[in-house]
Design a protein around this ligand. Structure first.
Ligand SMILES: [Zn+2]
Length: 300
């Protein structure tokens, strides 16, 4: 731990200690965070968590750092729970819970999943380059190294744009008049007849129907890829990527910036496809998420 911190100090030294705040991370990196248990007021762990969050909020406001070392507890989402109820019970905010768990939307929280709840409010951000985070959030923002490329920004909240995306209002349908033929999740694979995981949404439409960019962004892939056929990938702000597969034609080039609604290709059946349709995928920090949860696609 000491060594790790010295390394961190060296790294921080390059940017200027003045703007940085550091705390050791209390959780042992190898041990799973302790389970929180029931979200009722008789739970001493829950009370302690709330107290630490309140203390850390105060210390963040005062000097940008944490009074209690950052630690996590684990909570298993129960049937009947919802994001906002859990958030209120554990005294957290949307940005903290969502970014700590790569949640694209409140509805992405499914019963049986374990979520991590930190004892401080703030934003978890993936970046290889701490300077890039400082540029994005401003130099006065305190940064706390987590694991790998993950950083914690105490006190940082979502901006209005991020809140809009989180509420399901940031992306639009790539194929507005299409028909949803296969949803995200486990399904019977049409090729192998076995249960497999489908990481996107299939939307059927006539061959050659235009496919639109779901949100503004930069084209990072425009190529033939195994399974996907002719594929376009667009990178958006805040760690989001959208995938458009099985296209019959690609209308954009890598490096191009496109607005939402821009025609990026035409519906096809290239790759692993039984008929003409779009395979639409949304990823958050590399993790596939349910596309119907992040934009205004109406699914019957
Ligand atoms: Zn598909």
């Amino acid at each position: 731990m000491l060594l790790k911190n010295r390394k961190l100090l060296r790294r921080v030294g390059l940017v200027g200690l003045l703007f940085w705040s550091m705390t050791l991370v209390a959780n042992d990196a190898d041990a799973p965070p302790p389970a929180l248990g029931e979200l009722d007021n008789a739970n001493g762990q829950l009370l302690r968590l709330r107290r630490e969050i309140a203390d850390n909020l105060r210390s963040t406001a005062r000097f940008g750092g944490l009074e209690h070392e950052l630690r996590f507890v684990r909570y298993r989402v129960q049937e009947g729970d919802n994001f906002f109820v859990i958030m209120a019970r554990v005294s957290q905010d949307a940005a903290t819970l969502a970014s700590a768990n790569d949640l694209a939307n409140p509805n992405a929280l499914l019963p049986g999943t374990d979520i991590l709840i930190p004892n401080a409010r703030g934003l978890f951000v993936h970046s290889e380059d701490p300077n890039a985070i400082q540029r994005r959030f401003g130099r006065e923002v305190a940064l706390l190294k987590q694991k790998g490329d993950l950083w914690f920004l105490p006190g940082q909240r979502y901006n209005n744009d991020e809140l809009r995306i989180f509420r399901g209002d940031g992306f639009q349908s790539p194929l507005p008049n299409g028909r949803i033929t296969s949803r995200y999740g486990s399904r019977l694979d049409p090729f192998t007849n076995r249960m497999t995981f489908h990481g996107g949404l299939d939307i059927a439409a006539a061959l050659g129907t235009p496919v639109y960019a779901s949100r503004e962004g930069r084209v990072v892939r425009a190529e033939t890829a195994p399974g996907y056929g002719q594929l376009v990938v667009i990178e958006h702000e805040y760690g989001y990527q959208t995938y458009y597969g099985h296209l019959s034609a690609i209308k954009v080039a890598v490096g191009q910036t496109v607005p939402a609604g821009h025609i990026i290709g035409l519906v096809g059946r290239t790759g692993r496809a039984t008929g003409p349709h779009l395979h639409f995928e949304v990823r958050v920090n590399g993790q596939r998420t349910n596309p119907r949860l992040v934009h205004g696609i109406t699914v019957p």
